[in-house]
Structures are given as structure tokens and as C-alpha cells.
Write a protein that binds this ligand. Structure first.
Ligand SMILES: C[S@@+](CC[C@H](N)C(=O)[O-])C[C@H]1O[C@@H](n2cnc3c(N)ncnc32)[C@H](O)[C@@H]1O
Length: 279
């Protein structure tokens, strides 16, 4: 048994996600989960990688032997990997909740890690059990995936699931509300970059064969347009405070993106929050 998570090599990971998505995903998330391995392998999506230098140490500081961790929305195994590799504290128990069985099936297929117990649950976070079960709850860029009218409910559930003294680590991208033209331009740049990177990784592109173009365009249309759901860090802080959290000032978790996409005022934020009613 290894002391850290062992992830398959990129082509195998790409193939596994593509196959799992065809077995488990509905139409709505098939391109999203089916492309996880390919987009990571070709470094087309960088969300967690760019947040990790700030998020990893913040998690490490809050992880102790016997910590009970909730990963709220997984998509793949990257966040789980970050949690496990950020600390030598053991034993840890990590519970992963996702709406879709694909990331959970991927996680369940991985070899066990010494001193870490991993459980999975297919559930909507709107229905998360309200038992005070977790010392650390981590959510990475998940809130924009939740319909706006349900975001408060999800945050209240996370607050209810937090043990006394627990912490929520929530990362989220904020940006100026873009115009339709901004979005279109942003999307076009993203698509060009994705195809250029896939040209440089023919072994990953080959996993999708002649479906590649259609699936990448579907992904871009469905998911990239969710960027900038929140205009400013204050918007999300207010939502968190209204949902029962005491929120520290957000930490800018990625600087580079700011200058690259200055026109959208984009920044990655890490919010660390405690319950305002539990000690
Ligand atoms: C956590 S987010 C983003 C993941 C990744 N860290 C990133 O930056 O791209 C995406 C995941 O959240 C899951 N998800 C979205 N809404 C959810 C909900 N209401 N309850 C549980 N999981 C949800 C989706 O199925 C998806 O796998």
C-alpha cells in the first residue's frame, strides 16, 4: 500500500474517464467527465494545479491525525490527491460526494492509500446529511455548477455537516461580468488553445478519435461559459455569511491568471470559513 494516491498515467486516465462517462454519465455531464483525463493530461484545464500552491499548505495546516474530510464535488481525483499529498497526518478519513457516479467510480478504482480511508457518495449536495461529521470541508470551483437559486441551500448543508471547530475551504473564481462578446472571445481563445494543445498530444487526442472536435466544442459550450458567475469576492462572501459561515478575507489563490485575463478581472479566491454558530 502506498502512502500517497497513485494515479494512472495520462493516456490510461484519459481512456478510463472516457469509458466511465459512457457508462455512468447522462447527456448533461458526459463531455465534462469524459474529457477529465484528456484535458488534465494535455494541461488544457489548470484549475487545481494553479490553486494548489496556496490551497495545499492551507489544507495541510488544518489536517491532523484522525481528521474527517469532506470533498464536496470531485469531478476527478485531483483534489483527493492534493489532500492526501499535502500532509503526512494519518489516519485520515475522506468522504467524496458528487452528483455523478463517474468521478466516484474512478476514485474507487484507485489503489488504497496507507492510513487513509476513502468513501464515496453519489448525492446532490442540496440533500447532504445534516450531521456534524466533518472537520474539514473542501470545495474547489463547485459553487458555479450549482444553479444560482440553490447555492445558499448547498452552503447551508455544508455548514450543517461541519463538526464544531471545523473549517470550510472553498475556492472560487470571480471576475467582472463579461458581455456576450467577451464570452464569445474568451471561448474562442479557449477552444483554439485546446486544439493546439491536443495537436501537441496526439496520444491523448487519439483516445477520442474522430469524436474529438464535437466533444471539445460541446464541453466548451456547456462549461466554459460558467466562468465569472460571481462578479467579486464580496458576492460569494455575502452568500457564505448568509448561509451560516464566518468568513475570513479571501486569499488570492492564483496571481498569474489575473494579468493574463485582465479584461475579465478574473481572480481565483480561497475562502476559509468557520461556522458562525459552532465553536
Ligand atoms: C467540483 S466542480 C469542479 C471540479 C474541479 N475541481 C475543477 O476545478 O474543475 C465539478 C463537480 O461537481 C459536481 N457537482 C456539481 N453540482 C453538484 C451538486 N449539487 N452536488 C454534488 N456534486 C455536484 C459535478 O458533478 C462535478 O463532478
Amino acid at each position: 500500500m502506498s502512502s500517497n494516491l497513485i494515479l494512472p498515467e495520462p493516456v490510461e486516465q484519459a481512456r478510463t474517464f472516457w469509458n466511465l462517462a459512457h457508462t455512468h454519465c447522462g447527456q448533461a455531464c458526459r463531455s465534462y467527465h469524459g474529457l477529465r483525463g484528456i484535458l488534465h493530461g494535455a494541461q488544457i484545464i489548470n484549475g487545481l494545479r494553479v490553486d494548489a500552491p496556496v490551497l495545499g499548505p492551507a489544507l495541510a495546516e488544518r489536517l491532523h491525525p484522525h481528521s474527517r474530510v469532506l470533498i464536496a464535488g470531485a469531478a476527478d481525483a485531483s483534489l483527493l490527491d492534493l489532500v492526501i499529498s499535502s500532509t503526512t497526518a494519518r489516519p485520515l478519513s475522506i468522504h467524496v460526494v458528487d452528483l455523478c457516479p463517474t468521478p466516484l467510480a474512478f476514485i474507487s478504482s484507485l489503489a488504497e492509500v496507507a492510513g487513509v480511508s476513502i468513501t464515496t457518495e453519489q448525492n446532490d449536495l442540496v440533500d447532504l446529511a445534516q450531521t456534524e461529521a466533518f472537520d474539514l470541508i473542501i470545495s474547489h470551483q463547485m459553487i458555479p455548477f450549482v444553479p444560482a437559486e440553490l447555492r445558499g441551500t448547498v452552503l447551508k448543508r455544508l455548514c450543517a455537516a461541519m463538526a464544531p471547530g471545523g473549517v470550510l475551504a472553498l475556492t472560487i473564481v470571480t471576475g467582472n461580468p463579461a458581455t456576450k462578446e467577451d464570452h464569445a472571445r474568451h471561448l474562442a481563445v479557449w477552444i483554439d488553445n485546446a486544439f493546439a494543445r491536443l495537436d501537441a498530444h496526439p496520444e491523448l487526442a487519439a483516445v477520442l478519435g474522430d469524436q474529438l472536435r464535437e466533444v471539445i466544442l460541446d464541453y466548451a459550450e456547456r462549461y466554459r461559459s460558467r466562468q465569472g458567475s460571481f462578479a467579486s469576492p464580496a458576492d460569494i462572501a455575502t452568500l457564505m455569511e448568509d448561509s451560516g459561515f464566518h468568513v475570513a478575507a479571501p486569499i488570492r489563490s492564483h496571481e498569474g491568471e489575473v494579468s493574463k485575463r485582465a479584461s475579465m478581472g478574473r481572480r481565483n479566491n480561497l475562502f476559509l470559513a468557520t461556522s458562525s454558530s459552532k465553536a
